[in-house]
Design a protein around this ligand. Structure first.
Ligand SMILES: Nc1nc2c(ncn2[C@@H]2O[C@H](COP(=O)(O)OP(=O)(O)OP(=O)(O)O)[C@@H](O)[C@H]2O)c(=O)[nH]1
Length: 320
């Protein structure tokens, strides 16, 4: 039965690209789906090498695939996740997708002409742009979620959970490679007073501005996190006690010298810092040592950095 009357309109209206190549990879046929999007006419390019017409196609890869289909006489498949597209075509998605090219799933089928030894390959090209866009959006949302999971909502620095995780990692690294590592814990001085004077919003503004100023003083490899309330921690990899005290004093001086404007008032805030260095302690011990040094900095008059020093057992218990 002759089925041209059925096949022709179907091929014309099919929402899938159909591209037929001969064994030498010359174009034999493509349907309207491709003609419209690539803005070419079959009569103009019939018999031409597919790679000359679709110059952006991954030539070496496509050659191998098509030769494989012909040699094995079995189909092959390529998804948009492997290769975003085989031939560059615009997509017709109304909303911007972040890419103006159609993501494609492509099936390659071996085809034989009746009463002839001639072999062909038929490429069926499906528009998978929607799946591509949804995956991009999902990846974007996951990245945002992951960032939110690591970040303190007020100041934008790492939150305590992530910061402590980083500290654990840095301790492992320092132990394995015998590298120096130091830890600063700093706390804003008389912050309660500041909150009382300027309100909670004023206090929040100070936390945001000061953490930004301090972050800018640090190296890319240093790790700033909000430990809780008005207390922050800085992990200083590759830094011994002398280096850590230099950084801590710079933070103290910068905070003390920085004026913040809030609701027409200039606010000055100072910080006290406790400094400890790694020498085989556990994460909790290292944090506790910086905390004790911070306590000493407060006791000694605030607005200063103090290094941890061995304390008697009873003292440790008292300040816990
Ligand atoms: N605005 C604001 N205040 C906070 C936040 N977290 C903690 N605080 C306040 O920080 C203040 C900390 O007070 P204290 O622990 O008494 O310490 P301090 O007044 O800073 O005094 P010293 O640390 O001894 O210098 C409390 O009033 C808390 O309510 C925050 O996210 N925003």
């Amino acid at each position: 039965m002759q089925l041209d009357w059925l096949v022709q309109p179907l091929l014309t209206q099919l929402n899938t690209g159909v591209l037929v190549l001969d064994a030498a990879h010359n174009i034999v046929y493509f349907n309207q789906f491709i003609a419209r999007r690539a803005d070419i006419q079959l009569s103009d390019v019939s018999g031409r090498l597919v790679y000359d017409i679709f110059a952006d196609a991954p030539k070496a890869w496509l050659q191998r695939k098509i030769d494989g289909v012909l040699a094995l006489q079995s189909p092959a498949f390529s998804s948009w996740e492997q290769r975003q597209y085989i031939i560059k075509l615009p997509h017709l998605r109304p909303v911007s997708s972040g890419s103006q090219h159609m993501a494609q799933n492509c099936s390659m089928l071996p085809v034989k002409a009746p009463n002839s030894a001639e072999q062909f390959v038929c490429l069926l090209i499906e528009d998978a742009t929607d799946a591509y866009v949804y995956q991009q959006q999902l990846q974007h949302s996951m990245a945002q979620l992951e960032l939110a999971n690591r970040t303190d909502g007020l100041t934008g620095v790492f939150n305590r959970r992530h910061w402590q995780h980083e500290l654990g990692q840095e301790i492992q690294r320092a132990k394995r490679y015998q590298h120096p590592l130091s830890l600063l814990l700093f706390d804003l001085d008389k912050f309660k007073q500041l909150n009382d004077q300027y309100g909670h919003q004023g206090g929040d503004a100070v936390l945001i501005e000061l953490s930004g100023i301090i972050a800018a003083l640090l190296r890319d490899t240093d790790v700033l996190g909000r430990y809780g309330g008005e207390e922050f921690g800085v992990i200083l990899p590759e830094t011994d006690m002398a280096g850590a005290l230099l950084v801590a004093n710079r933070i103290c001086a910068t905070a003390a010298g920085h004026q913040m404007l809030f609701n027409g008032h200039y606010i000055n805030a100072t910080v006290s810092i406790g400094v400890s260095s790694f020498s085989g302690q556990t994460i909790d011990e290292l944090i506790q040592q910086s905390d004790i040094a911070l306590y000493n900095a407060k006791r000694q008059g605030r607005n200063q950095a103090v290094a941890w020093q061995q304390q008697p057992e009873t003292y440790l218990k008292k300040v816990k």
